[in-house]
Design a binder for this molecule. Structure first.
Ligand code: ADP
Length: 490
């Protein structure tokens, strides 16, 4: 039987708790908009701290049974969920594009990427081995058990409404945890559709609860998720500012925490680089989701000897390849910014760069004739590292370029940053590749490649970009606690 989601004909208008579609206890709702024209898609429940406590209780009850399922049982459910998502790929992608604005082809890619974590962690569940430790005494043996931490609270952003959820839940379910998910207020519909497919794939009531809340209720919901005793783990993807709040709230009862926070990725083009490959890499890493990802290249450093040639090739590629418009139209590959706040913030960032002396080579203005939240793909040069567009995450279609002279200088500039998520560089000098890969202060580095994400790879940042790793063989550890067992009297 192939599950299908009724939400494709009728948008979800309830949250999902304890296997049921429920309103907020207060009856309040909030609007979800289509960023293409800011039109209303649907109103959904605006839940508060009481609703969240009920969801936590439900997940806690479900955990008592779920933790005793076998790894094979959980693996089978993850595989069924994966199949259900892939069977409904186009419909899920369409829903995702409607609420997020990313072009349909990108949404399809995201859904496939999202489901790959379920497939991956279905395998990892069955390989989550403990240890036998050589004992210092013959009268006892020492074992290490791996046990699920308990209920995991999961707070996700709007830029990957599907993948940020499955990357976390896949690992949580594999470990034997149950989950309360709070999706971003801009993009809760994909999360609800995924929950419906999960239920049809055999995820039991309470094992996956989805609590929806508006921007104004979110802090109260977040506080419950951080402070309830029955939540034993918080996994968050979003801004460093919010991550800092959640980290401190979780200190109250010493919660296990994973944080995937903002980045400020350097993209370095050295003298020996293959410029065509570098342009291809920059196009892929900069313009995914219209520049709205935490691993998007943010600070572009180009060696002065290849600067002009690189800029000319990049401009050519942008003219040829980027088509801005409604993502539901197949020909478009650049959507709007996700909401009015993000648009206004991005516009100010570009204006301030111009004011600070950056030169606009391409684009540089909003595109109101396309829609209220669209911006032209833009190149600015003559940027220096003190400018706001190098200090802050841009989260928009901006290529900001700074010239450099030596490897030492560019490494110093690239590392002079409090964040360290992804970093990319292009070079054909083998010893330079080794040196720069070792010395860039980031959690993920690509040499001659700017697409790093894969379920097999470890995703995570250093410095103020976060704590912990997702995906890969390491991802499950975030939801596991070790218990050492000494078996004596032997
Ligand atoms: P972005 O800048 O990408 O919107 P945010 O960090 O603001 O990133 O949002 C990421 C997620 O964190 C969203 O689900 C949002 O609702 C949630 N969030 C924002 N503020 C809080 C808060 N105070 N407590 C808990 N969650 C929050």
């Amino acid at each position: 039987r192939v599950p299908s989601v009724r939400f494709f004909s009728q948008l979800p208008d309830k949250a999902f708790v304890n296997g049921k579609w429920v309103p907020a206890a207060s009856g309040k709702t909030f609007p979800v908009q289509n960023p293409v024209d800011e039109s209303l898609l649907v109103e959904i429940p605006d839940m508060d701290s009481e609703d969240t406590k009920a969801a936590v209780d439900s997940s806690h009850r479900a955990f008592q049974k779920w933790k005793n399922t076998t790894a094979k049982e959980r693996s089978d459910i993850l595989l069924s969920w994966n199949t259900a998502i892939l069977k409904n790929k186009t419909e899920l992608a369409t829903l995702l594009t409607k609420e997020n604005g990313k072009p349909l082809q990108e949404s399809v890619t995201e859904i496939t990427y999202a489901s790959s974590f379920l497939d991956w962690f279905a395998g990892e569940a069955r390989r989550c081995y403990g240890d036998i430790i050589p004992s210092p005494r013959n009268d006892r043996q020492i074992f290490i058990f791996k046990q699920p931490v308990g209920v995991a609270a999961i707070i996700t952003p709007w830029n990957f409404p599907a993948a940020m959820i499955t990357r976390k839940i896949g690992a949580a379910f594999a470990a034997g945890c149950t989950c309360v998910v709070k999706p971003a207020e801009d993009t809760p519909l994909t999360a609800l559709a995924l929950a419906e497919l999960a239920a049809e794939a055999g995820v039991p009531p309470g094992a996956l609860n989805v609590v929806t809340a508006s921007r104004s209720n979110t802090p109260a919901v977040g506080k419950v998720l951080c402070e309830e005793d029955n939540v034993r783990k918080l996994s968050f993807t979003g801004s460093t500012e919010v991550g800092r709040i959640l980290y401190s709230q979780c200190a109250k009862n010493i919660k296990k925490i994973s944080l995937e926070l903002g980045g400020n990725a350097p993209f370095i083009v050295f003298e020996s680089a293959d410029l065509d490959l570098a342009v291809k890499g920059l196009m892929a890493s900069k313009f995914r989701n219209t520049g709205q990802t935490c691993v998007c290249s943010n600070r572009i450093f180009v060696h002065s000897s290849v600067h002009d040639a690189f800029v000319a090739k990049l401009q050519q590629a942008m003219k040829q390849e980027l088509r801005v418009g409604d993502g539901l139209q197949q020909e478009n590959n650049q959507g709007p910014l996700v909401n009015r706040n993000q648009f206004d913030r991005f516009l100010k960032l570009v204006q301030s760069a111009k004011g600070e002396g950056a030169k606009v080579v391409h684009g540089g203005t909003p595109l109101p004739s396309v829609g209220p939240l669209f911006f032209a793909p833009t190149i600015i040069t003559d940027v220096n590292p003190g400018m706001r567009c190098f200090v802050e995450e841009q989260f928009g279609p901006l290529v900001a370029i700074c010239k450099f002279g030596t490897e030492e200088e560019v490494l110093q500039k690239a590392n002079d940053c409090e964040r360290g998520l992804a970093g990319y560089f292009y070079s054909r000098d083998v010893s330079q590749i080794w040196r720069v890969a070792l010395n860039l202060e980031v959690g993920m580095v690509g040499a001659n490649e700017a697409v790093l994400s894969a379920c097999e790879n470890a995703f995570g940042g250093i410095k103020q970009s976060g704590i912990g790793s997702e995906g890969s063989k390491y991802g499950i550890d975030e939801y596991i606690q070790l218990k050492s067992f000494t078996f004596g009297g032997l």
